[in-house]
Ligand binder design. Sequence first.
Ligand code: ACO
Length: 365
Amino acid sequence: MQDTKKGLEDVLALDTSICSIDGRQGILKYRGIEVERLEQMSYDAVSYLLIYGKIPDKKELDDYSKKLRSERYISSDILNVLNVCNYGSEALDSLRTAVCCSAHMDTEKDDSSMEANMSKSIRLVAKFPTLVASVHRYKTGQLPIAPDENLSHGANFLYMLKGKVPTELEADAIEKDFILSAEHELNPSTFSLRITASTMADIYSAVITGLCTLKGPLHGGARKGVMNMLDEVSNSENAEKYVLDKLLHRQKVMGFGHRVYKTCDPRAKLFKDIARQLADEQGNSHWYDVAENLEHTMYREFMATKGKPIFPNVDFYSAVVYKYLDIPPELATSVFATGRVSGWVSHYFEQYANNRVIRPRANYI
Ligand code: ACO
């Protein structure tokens, strides 16, 4: 047997045409298009691109957006479940339960044809924002708000969350958050989803696997970790001490480092820019300044102690954006999942289309 690769580092596990990452240059593309260009599109267009493999023309996009908007609603049964499972558990746990119940209630649950799977994917992409917003409303003692079909995917999410239509910049920020969070090759949650898909399990089971894996603090849970860290650091003068204490105790600082990127994560740069714009609009650079001080201290300390830099990853400045959008830390991983779901379902289709069960070996010791 060959040597094992701890954490499967650099192992090429499968072929994909959904996403490519150049970790040395810091280039990320979905379906061959750089994220810097994708960010200028709507989330509807990007999720279409991921799922169908092409940029939609005007009619295709109109039809797809119309379908997504009409599928935003969730049933009173699901709302009851969300209300009942409001035990102070993390929002992601409630979201996962809601997706499980949606699977039970889906009239096409036993149909694994391409058409049925496509309808189920569209329902998942369309309903995730409503589920996450409703989880938040119940957890904060408020009633859920029905979707508004006149608003974009992102703007409607913020509207259902807070009960007021967001500013243009806020709507743009959350739309970009969903786009930049939508896809990232064989990250842990997508890989786990592909394993489930490779057993020919249904699409809901695969998405639930992805959700469970996303939760961990070394993966999507880091976004919540960064938000908690920003609260704990509280002002930019404390940032240096916070980092030095963490490193002294050999603890991870959330939102830094990446298995694949050897340079700055391109999404971190884009999120930093969005955070700056929100700080300017609100005339409050507080969270941005705290984050920048953390970033500079991490860079300096890694250069000094390891002779190489460490950069923020996708979770770092996205957490700062959430601060400005007044999204609470407990909701951060679920909001991440709301963007990621279109990437997940795309990988489900790709795995299904050319499947072999994923079953590696272990080295017995
Ligand atoms: N803070 C402090 N030190 C770090 C950090 C960090 N955030 N990240 C890496 N390091 C150090 C490690 O301690 C290790 O040092 P050593 O060689 O002296 O032991 C070295 O850098 C390599 O780190 P690993 O954890 O071995 O790197 P790996 O590729 O296995 O893990 C990961 C990557 C999980 C992202 C890691 O950098 C980390 O834990 N970061 C913090 C959590 C986080 O932000 N996760 C989100 C990632 S993006 C996403 O999944 C959506």
